[in-house]
Design a binder for this molecule. Structure first.
Ligand code: NAI
Length: 349
């Protein structure tokens, strides 16, 4: 069904708030999830609400954390999230990074001990909207084989970059460092379809086309994606003194415990590297030149990263956001959660 973004945000906020999270934090969760759905990234939108609600209700997210931001140097800082909800913490840390980059040109800000923070595009967009360049990366639960390995070690460790342009549209590349998201394997299971042999491996570490035999996902681009995924973990985990690699907590293992995840933002103020207007104009020029490239067979035109999401947002703004009926019914209902997620094997569901 189609839902207006204001209505969707309100439904998400109410559910998360009723699960026990304070109103200010619930508001940010709702904003980040609605942002994802509006961009067509439904894997990180309203479909996550029931899981968050169950985790909050069971004590696995701190509803009233003692947040501490420490400026550790002229261009660095660490936000202690105290088990709080990741969306709020990552947003707050980005606000600090933007403030710092306005003053000193660059900023690196880490978040420690947070829970899942959702779609990273939200946070790099905060900086792009202030005409800054940004990167953000975070840890996620171990379900990916390292290149050459037959058992999982890393998470889908996403990374996002944003650059503003003079037209007001932002370039945003925001991606998991795995070939496919776990949600796509679940989708194939639900339709009893096979998957390409490039997405995942079975219990022996062999490529599989059977979605029910999947025991781990694989990194993008072989050893290169594996290296990228590893550096995301080094920067958002090891650097911040947090659990890393296979020691990162699983999303569904214990819904009563805080997750202790890390995220790192890097913000660059173009004013400190030349004329800001020239920078913005040249990003626009790049976009225009890419649009003029002759399309390959099977393509209408070349798009810039983030453009598919902008196009989907425009359509959803007009016609409402497409939401699965069951998810909408849950959001409207009085049910907080249905005990669906606790102690689940991430590959079993
Ligand atoms: P995706 O595969 O949907 O998109 C990846 C990127 O490719 C996007 O920036 C998109 O704009 C770009 N793109 C796609 N088609 C394009 C085209 N034709 N031309 C130009 N650019 C194009 O993303 P993925 O990997 O499925 O990730 C989805 C979301 O999941 C992200 O928001 C990510 O941050 C989030 N995520 C969050 C995690 C967490 O623990 N917080 C873990 C893993 C992912």
């Amino acid at each position: 069904m189609r839902v207006d973004k204001v209505k969707l945000k309100e439904l998400i906020k109410n559910k998360i708030n009723r699960a026990g999270l304070n109103e200010e934090h619930a508001e940010v969760v709702a904003d980040v999830l609605t942002h994802a759905d509006l961009r067509g990234i439904h894997s990180h939108g309203a479909m996550r609400v029931e899981y968050y609600a169950e985790r909050i209700a069971k004590g696995g997210i701190n509803p009233n954390p003692n947040i501490k931001f420490e400026k550790t140097g002229p261009a660095s800082g660490v936000l202690e999230a105290d088990g709080g909800v990741g969306h709020y913490m990552a947003k707050k840390a980005m606000e600090e990074a933007i403030k710092m980059a306005k003053e000193v040109g660059v900023a690196v800000v880490g978040v420690k001990n947070m829970s899942h923070s959702g779609a990273l595009s939200y946070f790099v967009q905060q900086a792009a909207n202030e005409q800054m360049v940004a990167l953000s990366m975070c840890q996620s639960d171990p379900m990916v084989v390292p290149f050459g390995g037959a058992e999982p070690y890393y998470g889908t460790n996403p990374i996002a970059f944003a650059a503003p342009s003079s037209s007001g549209d932002n370039i945003i590349i925001d991606m998991a460092t795995t070939v496919q998201a776990w949600g796509k394997v679940l989708h194939a299971r639900s339709k009893n379809e096979s998957i390409p042999d490039t997405w995942a491996v079975d219990e022996n570490g062999e490529p599989t086309t059977d979605p029910f035999k999947v025991k781990a996902l694989v990194p993008i681009a072989g050893p290169k994606g594996y290296g990228l995924m590893m550096m995301v973990d080094v920067l958002s985990g090891i650097l911040l003194g947090l659990p890393f690699g296979k020691h990162v907590s699983s999303m569904y293992e214990d819904l009563t415990a805080y997750r202790k995840l890390g995220q790192l933002h890097i913000v660059i103020n173009p004013e400190f590297f030349g004329d800001k207007q020239v920078f913005l104009d040249k990003v626009t020029q790049t976009i225009e030149e890419l649009h003029e490239i002759k399309p390959a067979k099977g393509f209408d035109r070349v798009m810039y990263p983030g453009e598919p999401e902008i196009l989907r947002s425009k359509a959803y703004e007009k016609d409402g956001i497409e939401i699965v009926d069951d998810i909408y019914e849950y959001l409207e209902s009085d049910v907080i959660h249905n005990n669906n997620y606790d102690n689940k094997d991430p590959f079993a569901k």
